[in-house]
Design a protein around this ligand. Structure first.
Ligand code: OOG
Ligand code: MG
Length: 245
């Protein structure tokens, strides 16, 4: 597990893609989560701090785009939080996608408490950067790779409200590149939050007050070029922007 985690970590640190792990070794999904854990331990050993979790493949659009058929999760660290500018140098083949973000405010004792523990919601975006050649992977590969996590940002927090059917739009340089409804996320992004609490709990992690949960993209991700201005908005939640170079 440690050797596979090191391969993935080196790929991320040097910006060089590697072949899929499943092309060279048998890797089950549970074993892949062990690799993910070892990979994230390397980040923590470098001084990064966990600030949340991300859900993946919670919409049909994403499952279809990437050819996988199950919900996954990964960890978010403080080093991944993007303010308003992102230098793409060192990334392999970044993509961006719209997200709904939840802010946990109260402790979660059981996964069933997850919704009651949320204090706020925001529109967000996620920058993905698969460490695999051609952004090509199977489910265990992407689990091991911390669900392609690279960076994320969010707009202003709003008190939690009904977010089951919000229109989402992502524009690059003023041109719409993706649009959809938050309903595409398991019918209601709050279901993704409950799933996050369940998966984290099963993995021995408890979602903490102050942590952010990304519910997963409602649309396919799009390539993120340098020199771009990206704006993601959600009806009632305002917008968030990022400029790349
Ligand atoms: C994996 C990450 C999926 C989402 O929102 O569905 C994800 C990938 O597509 O590379 O973050
Ligand atoms: Mg995502």
């Amino acid at each position: 597990m440690k050797a596979l985690a090191e391969l993935l970590d080196e790929a991320a640190l040097t910006g060089h893609a590697i072949p899929r792990l499943t092309a060279v070794t048998d890797l089950s999904v549970p074993a892949a989560y062990e690799v993910q854990r070892a990979l994230n331990e390397r980040r923590l050993a470098r001084g990064e701090r966990v600030i949340g979790v991300k859900m993946g493949f919670t919409s049909a659009a994403k499952m279809l785009q990437m050819g996988v058929d199950d919900v996954i999760w990964g960890l978010l660290t403080d080093a991944m939080l993007i303010e308003s500018r992102l230098d793409l140098k060192g990334l392999i083949h970044p993509r961006i996608e719209p997200e709904i973000a939840f802010l946990i405010e109260r402790p979660i004792r059981t996964p069933a408490d997850a919704v009651a523990a949320v204090g706020a919601v925001a529109v967000g975006y996620e920058v993905l950067d698969s460490r695999y050649e051609d952004f090509n992977f199977t489910l265990p590969d992407v689990v091991a790779d911390n669900a392609s996590a690279s960076g994320f940002g969010h707009g202003p927090w709003h008190r939690l409200r009904d977010v089951a059917n919000l229109g989402l739009i992502m524009e690059i340089d003023g041109r719409p590149v993706a649009s959809g409804s938050s309903a595409a996320i398991l019918g209601d992004p709050l279901r993704s939050l409950t799933a996050a609490a369940r998966l984290a709990h099963a993995g021995g992690i408890e979602l903490q007050p102050g942590w952010i949960v990304l519910a997963g993209a409602a649309t396919a991700a799009v390539p993120l070029p340098a020199g771009a201005h990206v704006r993601v908005s959600a009806a009632g939640l305002g917008h968030v922007e990022v400029t790349t170079r």
